[in-house]
Design a protein around this ligand. Structure first.
Ligand SMILES: *Cc1c(COP(=O)(O)O)cnc(C)c1O
Length: 799
């Protein structure tokens, strides 16, 4: 506390009592920084002494959220900080809330990268993240008259206390220009680039702190800055404006994060961002290798492994080839041998709108040398199929990296990597059997599964301290370092006295969320209600629409018979839609419109409330998840690669209502039928409908009165200001034949929700189920996931 007081005085010249929350926040961050900087240096030194193999995690997104609280937690200073702040008359949460979330990701993919960094450091692995320091993160969402409105997220408005600019480690990245091919005297080819546009990549390093182990790893984010060559031949005033213009267009490269989740936009600037990330990182990787290890580059793979998070960084493969050949004078064959031993690729989706393809003309224009290399990789790969796999000859057009004027990034990533992994068991099976089956025939050993995970430190210890404390009272604290030991909770699932304590914790968390909801929306919710939560990006495949249809159905039932005996339910949503995703935005409008009717209808006596919390992000997730009773994981089977929200909610004692999709299947396998609510089509059934037809949404519209009523209400303005307000949803279901099977799964969903409601009435059965979920959730700690990557793919050892 004295230190905090002294820091406030030093920084602001004020007594603590005079200081603002923000000033105290900064004083606290500088204490943490003092603590970690020596450990940061020491960690790098230890890795060097031990000759540790380095794992580089390349990702266009790192959704790290806010760091003060998790840094304090991992340094073991959180209780002390809480106490000091309280003694100074401050509410610790108000101080922690001063930090603006680093929203450098869209959703699950970026959050996964953040959880992995936490686990890598906590398990003492030499693993570091590489990404882009976007000046604007994912947009801030406001809901105005029920509609999503996007505001820019200028998260750097206040100085960001965790980043360290390392200007002396800047590198140059080159775009455009011409490539000249020359023959050296020894007959080998030399490639020279002319008239390229050079951009400076300046690293900003963020320390990633391991849990109570003095390990500090690095998340390095590259920022694009202008680089002026002395003699560019432009003079005077003209030069000044030219430079400003030039500077602006360069800074745009790290200007903002593209807000598309699980889909891509073929914009040139996005391609520039991707190459900017991979070129700066690969240059750095090679420099580090030369500096740290006295080994020839041909042995790179012994000391370096690079994981690429989805295809977005897959240009790293041709970039590695370029540097090895053009700068290090490797032959093609030698360069390829090294490259394909270094890269491992994680696939995150099989949905066609998300599979990246770039026009070959765009790559050729922006990155001419890289294009030549991709072309050569493609030629050799296709020839290989032709000669070695004659039975696959007619499949070449669907396997070629360059086909029909497009470069297929997933194919490039598979061909250039030694490992290809899916992110949940079913997802990996679908990759092997369907989407990538021809590649699986050629490279069966490359394919492997690594089910996603979440850091239990942030999502349980930090977000839900009351639950964490209670767990430690019951089974001791070993679970914190070995989350699988949560399984010991199984011994207590019948202990009524204890279950009541768990109930009490949940109730307190629900009260806290109810207060938060009241502050944000002015709506009162009763903490005795069922808190039913669906928080995730808004996507058709995630089927928020099915959820809101069920709510409309309940509302219709209550209107017909207000005396129905029903446990009051609060349906809580959080979801951002990509700004250009029209249908997703219409669903947001529908949820808010239904909310505005249901929440103010006295006839239903508060039995139903609908809350849409705006600007869903990591900090909001940390508030909602500890208070959830029911976790909605209702994607169309086969579509959700894994999901991680499902794991966070399970770990906090929520019961899942879900389809057999992604990691829901693995949750189901662990907890068993009696501790989860499964419904709906299976992935096989869905894939079968897609392949063979046989589903007619209109049939359900005509035969199910409940469904017809809802759709007619949408069409006739019952929930809108005017008729046809939600016409695009209506048309999508009836005229585009309900591509995500909302109507098909409607009846089983309603029936399963009835089971949920009945189960909730039996307090001890419910609490028993809830505790079962917490007990089995240790399996989904990202410590487990990272351990598996480390053993099977990365081949790295703990410090
Ligand atoms: C965990 C998380 C996600 C991923 O949620 P899913 O339900 O798996 O889609 C998205 N956004 C945030 C902020 C998260 O914390």
């Amino acid at each position: 506390m004295e230190k905090l007081q002294a820091n406030v005085m030093k920084d602001t010249g004020k007594e603590v009592s005079e200081a603002s929350n923000k000033e105290i926040f900064y004083a606290l961050t500088s204490i943490v920084n003092e603590e970690i900087v020596p450990a940061w240096v020491a960690t790098q030194k230890k890795y060097k002494e031990k000759n540790s193999k380095q794992m580089y995690y390349l990702s266009m997104e790192f959704l790290i959220g806010s760091l003060l609280k998790s840094n304090l937690l991992n340094c073991g200073l959180l209780p002390l900080a809480d106490l000091a702040l309280q003694k100074l008359g401050r509410n610790p949460e108000m101080i922690y809330a001063q930090e603006h979330d680093a929203g450098l990701g869209n959703g699950g993919l970026g959050r996964l990268a953040a959880c992995f960094l936490d686990s890598l450091a906590s398990l003492q692995y030499a693993g570091h993240g590489y990404g882009i320091r976007y000046r604007y993160g994912l947009f801030e969402q406001r809901i105005i008259h029920g509609n999503q409105v996007e505001l820019p997220d200028y998260w750097l408005k206040d100085p960001y206390p965790w980043e360290h600019r390392k200007e002396n480690e800047a590198v140059h990245v080159q775009f455009h220009g011409k490539v000249h091919m020359l023959q050296r005297t020894d007959g080998s080819l030399e490639f020279k680039y002319e008239n390229t546009d050079k951009v400076m990549a300046v690293p900003y390093d963020i320390p990633i702190i391991g849990y109570e182990n003095n390990v500090v790893n690095t998340l390095r984010l590259w920022s694009a800055e202008a680089y002026f060559e002395e003699n560019d031949g432009i003079e005077g005033n003209h030069k000044y404006f030219h430079e400003l213009d030039h500077q602006h267009s360069i800074e745009q490269i790290s200007g903002f994060l593209y807000p598309d989740d699980s889909s891509y936009e073929g914009k040139e600037l996005r391609l520039k961002q991707q190459y900017f990330l991979v070129s700066s990182t690969i240059q750095h990787v090679i420099k580090n290798f030369k500096k740290d290890f006295q080994l020839p580059l041909s042995r790179l793979a012994e000391k370096v492994v690079i994981q690429i998070n989805d295809t977005h960084p897959s240009l790293a493969i041709p970039e590695m080839m370029r540097i090895l050949m053009d700068e290090e004078r490797f032959s093609w064959e030698d360069a390829w041998k090294v490259t394909t031993k270094v890269f491992a690729y994680t696939n995150h989706t099989t949905m066609s709108e998300a599979l990246e393809k770039w026009p070959k003309s765009m790559i050729n224009y922006l990155l001419p040398r890289i294009y030549m290399i991709i072309d050569e990789i493609n030629e050799r790969f296709c020839q290989g199929i032709w000669f070695d796999y004659p039975e696959l000859r007619d499949k070449i057009p669907e396997m070629a990296i360059i086909a029909y004027e497009q470069v297929h990034m997933a194919r490039l990533a598979i061909v250039g990597s030694f490992s290809v992994n899916g992110v949940a068991r079913i997802h990996t099976e679908i990759l092997k059997k369907q989407e990538m089956k021809n590649f699986y025939t050629i490279f069966p050993d490359r394919f492997n599964n690594k089910t996603n995970g979440i850091t239990h430190r942030r999502w349980l210890l930090q977000a839900n301290p009351k639950l964490a404390t209670l767990i430690s009272e019951v089974i001791g604290t070993q679970w914190i370092k070995r989350p699988k030991q949560l399984i010991s909770l199984l011994k207590y699932t019948k202990d009524r006295g204890l279950l009541e304590k768990f109930d009490q914790v949940k109730l307190e968390n629900k009260k806290a969320l109810a207060n938060f909801i009241f502050d944000r929306t002015g709506i009162t919710v009763d903490e005795q209600s069922i808190f039913d939560v669906q928080i995730k990006r808004l996507h058709e495949y995630k089927r928020q629409l099915l959820n809101i249809f069920h709510i409309i159905y309940l509302y219709n039932e209550l209107k017909e018979n207000p005396s129905i005996d029903m446990t009051p339910r609060i349906f809580i949503f959080g979801a951002k839609a990509a700004p250009s995703y029209h249908l997703a935005k219409e669903v947001i409008k529908l949820i808010n419109t239904v909310a505005s009717i249901v929440n103010y209808d006295p006839a239903i006596q508060g039995k139903l409330k609908v809350i849409f919390l705006e600007n869903y992000n990591v900090s909001l997730a940390e508030k909602i998840i500890p208070a959830a009773d029911v976790s909605e994981q209702i994607s169309t089977a086969s579509k959700e690669a894994s999901g991680t929200g499902n794991m966070k909610l399970m770990m906090n004692g929520a019961l899942t209502i879900g389809t057999l999709d992604g990691a829901n299947i693995e949750i189901h396998d662990l907890v068993g039928d009696s501790n989860i609510f499964i419904f709906g089509l299976t992935a096989d059934e869905v894939l079968n409908y897609y392949q063979n037809g046989g589903y007619l949404a209109r049939d359900i519209y005509h035969t199910d009165d409940r469904v017809r009523k809802i759709l007619d209400q949408l069409n006739k303005g019952a929930f809108g200001l005017h008729d046809m307000e939600f016409k695009d949803i209506y048309y999508n279901i009836l005229y585009h034949n309900d591509p995500y099977f909302v109507l098909k799964d409607f009846e089983p969903y309603i029936e399963t929700h009835e089971l949920v409601e009945q189960a909730y009435r039996d307090r001890f059965t419910w609490l028993n189920m809830s505790l079962n979920n917490i007990a089995y959730s240790g399996k989904f700690s990202s410590d487990q996931t990272v351990q598996e990557y480390a053993n099977d793919i990365w081949k790295i050892k703990r410090l």
